[in-house]
Each structure stands twice: as C-alpha cells, then as structure tokens.
Ligand binder design. Structure first.
Ligand code: ZN
Ligand code: FE
Length: 256
C-alpha cells in the first residue's frame, strides 16, 4: 500500500480544500467540495483526476461543488447516512462505525453529531489520518447548530480515543481566533501559550495551521480538556461533569 499524497489549499473565505491521492491506482478524493475552481486548480497542479468526493456534512460550504465535480469527473460521492437527503449527488451513504476502502486504504467512519445531526468524520487507520471537518478544529470545535453540548462532547470523545500521532485535517482556518479564545479559559497551560505564539507567527505570514495531530490537540485544545483540573478551577467548576464543563467552554466561545 503506497502512502497517500495530500494537497491542502484554501477555498471560499476560510474553508480548507483537501485532496488525497493514491499513487498506485491514481484514485483521488476530495474531502468535501467547498468550491469548484480551487479544487480544479489543485487537481491540475498535481496532475490528478478526481474519482471520489467524501462528504462530511450538508452545509453549503462543504457540498457546494458536489454536482459540478460529479458532472465533470463522474466522481462517486460518499456521505453521511443520517443527512443523506441533504447531500447533492450522493451515491453511497455510510453511518457510524461503517468501513469502506479507498484505493485499498481502509476507511472507518465516525458519526459525530453536534455541529450537524449527521456529521461524519473519515478515519484512515493504516495512514493515521483523520478528516474531522467541522467537528474538531485546531484549538476548537464546531458550533452546535443541530446538537447539544453533551452530544458534541460524546462525538469528540470518539475522536480522542484515536492514537496521539493521528494527523488531523479540519474544515476551517479558524485557528488564530480559537487560540486567542483558548488562552482565556486555560491561561496557565505552557504548551498552549507557546502554540498560540506559533499560530500568531504562522498566520502573520499567511501560512496554514493545518494539519494538526490528536496528541497536540489533547494537550492544548480546551474543548478536549474539560477534565483538566486547572481549567475547572479557572471556571469555578471543580465538581461539574466533563459534559457540563465542555458546555460552559462552548458557551463562552459562542460569546467570545
Ligand atoms: Zn459546517
Ligand atoms: Fe464549514
């Protein structure tokens, strides 16, 4: 099994486009399809032909180019079972715990409700890759449009069970504002402080903050740390449940 090649590029105002390519078979998947032209440009730059679209959820900024790309390439669209009716051009649905193969690479699906009711994340265990879209961001998590804090916390816990060296590609370049918020709830975390400084520098020169790793998120992302004693003390929530602390952090971020 060959290593997957990955092309990361900006789409729309703050979405990431991601292409994954298997050099042995030529299979190429777009993780979501935020915008047609940048995806066409990326395919051309690498000399790849689109064969699949892996859709994470129904929001327009993730499915806008589905039909145009499907028409142009006859790409197969694989997407979430629990919001399949809202995914333009969907060919194959998959739900929680579902497995399939992309060019011989194992893919495992986690349903992660919270941002939307049927949001899914794609995990490639042999490649140690996770595509978390709008569930888990660098130093953040998705807004709760269709779910409760308890649901989102349960979803994030599924992802937290994966190995620390899992490389995570996420849906939006929100990392700078996430970092500025994170230090307000976890002000004494040295690893977070140094990461926040790095992110300021990266964004000042226009570099991407993706990908990240699960290990780095576990030590610095407050949304994965509601059990942390220092965060709990800072929020005066020593005796609350993890889900309650998570809900408080999410609420503060909504008002940040
Ligand atoms: Zn979304
Ligand atoms: Fe989005």
């Amino acid at each position: 099994m060959a290593k997957l090649d990955i092309e990361l590029f900006p789409c729309r105002s703050d979405n990431f486009g991601v292409l994954i390519h298997d050099p042995e078979t030529g299979a190429t998947a777009s993780i979501d399809a935020p915008e047609e032209q940048p995806i066409l440009d990326a395919l051309k730059r690498r000399g790849w032909t689109l064969t699949h679209i892996l859709t994470t959820h129904h929001h327009t900024d993730h499915v806008d180019a589905n039909l145009a790309l499907k028409t142009r390439y006859e790409a197969t669209i694989i997407g979430p079972e629990n919001e399949a009716k809202k995914i333009p051009g969907i060919d194959m649905t998959i739900g929680d715990g579902g497995d399939f193969e992309f060019a011989g690479h194992k893919v495992h699906v986690f349903e992660t409700p919270g941002h939307t009711a049927g949001h899914i994340c794609f995990y490639f265990p042999d490649d140690k890759l996770l595509f978390s879209a709008d569930t888990l961001f660098a130093l953040g998590c998705g807004r709760l449009f269709e779910g409760t804090p308890a649901q989102m916390w349960a979803s994030l816990q599924k992802l937290m069970a994966l190995p620390d060296d899992t490389v995570v590609y996420f849906g939006h370049e929100y990392t700078l504002s996430n970092a500025r918020f994170a230090v307000t709830v976890d002000p004494h975390n040295a690893a977070l402080k140094s990461r926040a400084a790095e992110i300021e520098a990266l964004r000042a020169r226009g570099a991407f903050t993706a990908p990240t790793t699960l290990g780095l998120e576990k030590t610095t992302n407050p949304f994965l740390r509601p059990h942390d004693a220092a965060i709990r003390a800072h929020l005066h929530m020593d005796n609350a449940s993890d889900a309650e602390v998570f809900a408080e952090i999410r609420k503060r971020k909504d008002n940040f």
